[in-house]
Ligand binder design. Structure first.
Ligand code: ATP
Ligand code: MG
Length: 395
């Protein structure tokens, strides 16, 4: 009996010792794991990008932000929708077992989203790591650069054409009034001639018909020439090189007050203009006249967008400490724009107006670009539009 229990003890003791050793090792491993887990969390917290780990059922397992995501799926947590989003890059990564990089617009912000599969030793996808960062500012700068590039090559082409049209148009503009004047002097002589020669024709027209129409035709020509002159004027502003005149200290409220003096009388019949100008705004470095031109162009567009009897235009200036910039917004309750127009309006010659050149906003974009500023637009058909200019404060 004693011998048997001794034998048992001989077996059990080393097993227990081994168990204790394993337990100790396990708890050391556990501690190390915890430590590296905490370290990973700490590292992830310092990263600007949003890093999320998903399991293969799209449940959020980890996120480097202080948010409560427990038991939530991506689409529930971020978008509040019950089903997986269309073109979900996480789902695609699970299905296609490869890294994916996409750009997405989420609540009016552009994001670059990169997803990578997390695989086990057998090469099966067990989850996905997603890294995303907001790129709205980057996108805006990229678009502005692209636009500036397009504008500069177009500018070269257009300035040649402007020059070619300007000279002949100047002769026509100058000479037609003289011809008109000349006809006034000649008509009594021709009247006398017709009395003596009934049936007298000019340019295959009965004289009376010719006389009736020629003045109208000349008036139309004068109007046409002056329209060409106006268009050439806009084209010249559009193609003008940035002169070295961006060195003044400009007060944004000054720009608004001066611009308003130019447009107020014409606009007041069709629009109530509300102004809300923040006092004591810091100055910006630039060219006052050009900024006035940009403001006036935006005001004219706002006014022309008002199709009802009387609409509203709100003009507001303010300092935005977060971006250290001054901000000017022009908001109207006019016709607004659809997605197609919104994508086109800064393209030179895009217009929806019978008499428009489509250069007003290109000029605005050029001027604001020269000032290192930014233009944002919000617009909805039937509700109105808001153009917001942001200019960096003079350093
Ligand atoms: N505030 C606004 N509301 C609605 N649509 C607008 C507004 N501002 C601009 N647009 C649209 O953008 C187009 C382009 O504007 P832009 O100022 O460049 O040219 P335009 O006004 O048509 O012509 P121009 O300025 O030469 O008279 C307009 O034709 C219009 O369709
Ligand atoms: Mg315009």
């Amino acid at each position: 009996m004693e011998a048997t229990s001794q034998t048992k003890m001989d077996y059990i003791e080393p097993l227990e010792a081994q168990l204790e050793k394993n337990r100790k090792e396990l708890s050391e491993v556990e501690e190390k794991l915890n430590k590296s887990g905490n370290m990973l969390q700490a590292i992830l917290q310092t990263i600007n990008e949003i890093v999320i780990v998903f399991d293969k059922d799209l449940n959020i397992k980890m996120i480097n932000r202080q948010v409560n995501f427990r038991d939530k799926k991506c689409h529930e947590f971020f978008f509040g929708v019950p089903g997986v989003c269309e073109d979900c890059p996480v789902l695609r990564t699970i299905q296609e077992k490869k890294s994916i990089s996409v750009e997405k617009v989420i609540r009016n912000e552009y994001y670059r989203i990169q997803t990578h599969p997390l695989t086990n030793l057998q090469g099966e996808v067990e989850g996905v790591i997603e890294v995303s960062r907001p790129i709205t500012g980057e996108k805006a700068r990229e678009q502005q650069l692209f636009h500036a590039d397009k504008l500069s090559s177009l500018g070269l082409l257009v300035s040649g054409i402007v020059h070619e049209i300007n000279n002949p148009n100047a002769y026509i503009c100058g000479n037609i009034p003289i011809i008109r004047e000349a006809f006034k002097a000649i008509f009594p002589i021709l009247d006398e001639h017709v009395r003596q020669n009934p049936g007298f024709q000019v340019a295959r027209l009965d004289y009376s018909l010719f006389k009736e129409n020629v003045t109208l035709m000349l008036d139309d020509m004068i109007q046409g020439c002056s329209r060409i002159q106006n268009i050439l004027g806009s084209l010249k502003s559009f193609t003008r090189r940035p002169e070295g005149l961006l060195s003044e200290r400009v007060e944004l409220n000054d720009v608004v007050n001066e611009g308003m003096r130019l447009v107020y009388n014409t606009m007041k019949r069709m629009a109530v203009i509300h102004t809300d100008l923040q006092e004591g705004l810091p100055g910006v470095k630039g060219n006052r006249d050009k900024l006035i031109q940009a403001f006036v162009n935006l005001m004219i567009n706002a006014w022309q967008a008002i199709k009802k009897e009387k609409g509203n235009i709100w003009v507001k200036t303010q300092f935005e400490p977060k971006d250290n910039c001054v901000c000017l917004s022009i908001c109207d309750d006019g016709c607004g724009m659809g997605e197609f127009a919104k994508a086109q309006i800064f393209n030179p010659f895009f217009t929806t107006k019978k008499e428009g050149t489509g250069l007003g906003l290109s000029i605005v974009a050029k001027i604001i670009g020269e000032h290192n500023g930014r233009i944002d637009l919000k617009s909805e058909v039937g509700t109105g539009s808001t153009f917001t200019l942001r200019l960096p404060v003079e350093s």
